[in-house]
Design a binder for this molecule. Structure first.
Ligand code: HEC
Ligand code: HEC
Length: 300
């Protein structure tokens, strides 16, 4: 091939095919060489400055001392600094939950940060966003909705904070052993009638008779309940023990609530304590949760 090289002056290798196709040995273009040298120089500088090569016992750390974890921690510290402005106020014992509610910026921060706390500590029982967990059958008790304006123990920010700190255990004695089935039925009918704005004469008499029902002692003369006892308001359409109605009322009256020592079928309705007597969350955390529950819908 090389004997009849048609381009004797070119920097070629002497390889030709089909007369016109030839292999040259020119230097690569300038831009390519600059790129090539820049990239290996970059590699060496990078390897010196940053963690790069695995070694038997770990890796080369680089002269800058940079690590991913370090960068992450720096970011966290920056976030903490932004947060501490709010956190310091919330954790200050002189700042009450009511004061947090009254301060727009502080309240908004608190609600956002409490959302995660609620998911961690509360939603297993009270459902996402406090939507409650309905009982699946008459004998189950379910968990109350927190996102409405119906409260067993009161919906002021202070009452909600007390509920979360100390827990709650409303007690209703079982009537199964004390009253006849007919009397219990009359009472259940009365309770259902109350929730529909009416009443049931025989049931009402038992409700008001101390030696029989004596229900008024806890539920009040007007049957509207007392927040100090957590005795449900019987005159509204909201049932603590869903689905409500006759069967459910009969079950509650017969077996009572949290009276398992007197009746093993008694309803179980205990709100656990999250303060020093229970899970021992910090006061600031409990304030956050109280503010969050308070704004869910029905804070008073
Ligand atoms: C183990 C289940 C459980 C967990 C966890 C739980 N609760 Fe409760 N909570 C209950 C029950 C049951 C009641 C109702 C008690 C009753 O019927 O007397 C209740 C009642 C309440 C009430 C009172 C509602 C009213 O109508 O007055 C509030 C407020 C409340 N819970 C908030 C919380 C918050 C906030 C958390 C998380 C920190 C939480 N609960 C975690 C079971 C739970
Ligand atoms: C010792 C106080 C006490 C007495 C007496 C009492 N109750 Fe209750 N009752 C409660 C409490 C507390 C609750 C709410 C329980 C809870 O949610 O933890 C309740 C709940 C109920 C409920 C369930 C309401 C709902 O929304 O699901 C019904 C029904 C009821 N009571 C009817 C009666 C009747 C009828 C009598 C009289 C025969 C009576 N109670 C006597 C304390 C009492």
């Amino acid at each position: 091939m090389s004997e009849n090289n048609p381009f004797p002056n070119e920097n070629n290798t002497g390889h030709f095919w089909d007369d016109n196709l030839r292999e040259l040995s020119n230097d690569p273009p300038g831009w390519w060489r600059i790129g090539f040298h820049a990239s290996w120089i970059f590699c060496i500088i990078y390897f010196i400055l940053y963690p790069a090569l695995p070694t038997l016992s770990g890796y080369t750390t680089g002269t800058l001392g940079w690590t991913q974890v370090g960068e992450y921690n720096e970011d966290l510290a920056a976030i903490d600094q932004v947060r501490s402005k709010w956190e310091d106020q919330i954790n200050d014992p002189n700042v009450t939950a009511a004061m947090i509610v009254a301060d727009d910026e502080l309240r908004n921060y608190t609600i956002r940060s409490a959302k995660v706390l609620f998911g961690d500590y509360c939603s297993a029982c009270h459902g996402a966003g406090g939507a409650g967990n309905a009982a699946m059958s008459v004998s189950e008790s379910g968990y109350p909705v927190l996102a409405d304006d119906d409260w067993l123990y009161g919906g002021t920010i202070e009452q909600i904070q007390t509920t979360i700190t100390n827990g709650r255990k409303g007690i209703m004695t079982p009537y199964g052993a004390r009253l006849s089935a007919e009397e219990i039925d009359d009472l259940a009918q009365h309770v259902v009638a109350l929730s529909e704005g009416g009443e049931h004469a025989a049931g009402k008499a038992l409700f008001m008779e101390p030696t029989k029902g004596g229900c008024f002692a806890c539920h009040g003369m007007d049957a509207k309940g007392m927040s100090a006892l957590g005795s449900a308001n019987l005159t509204d359409v909201v049932w603590r023990f869903s689905p409500g109605g006759l069967e459910s009322a009969r079950h509650t009256i017969t077996h009572g609530v949290n009276g398992e020592l007197m009746d093993p079928q008694s309803r179980n309705a205990v709100m656990p304590a999250f303060g020093p007597l229970g899970k021992n969350l910090s006061e600031g955390t409990i304030k956050k949760l109280a503010v969050y529950v308070h704004q869910l819908g029905g804070g008073q």
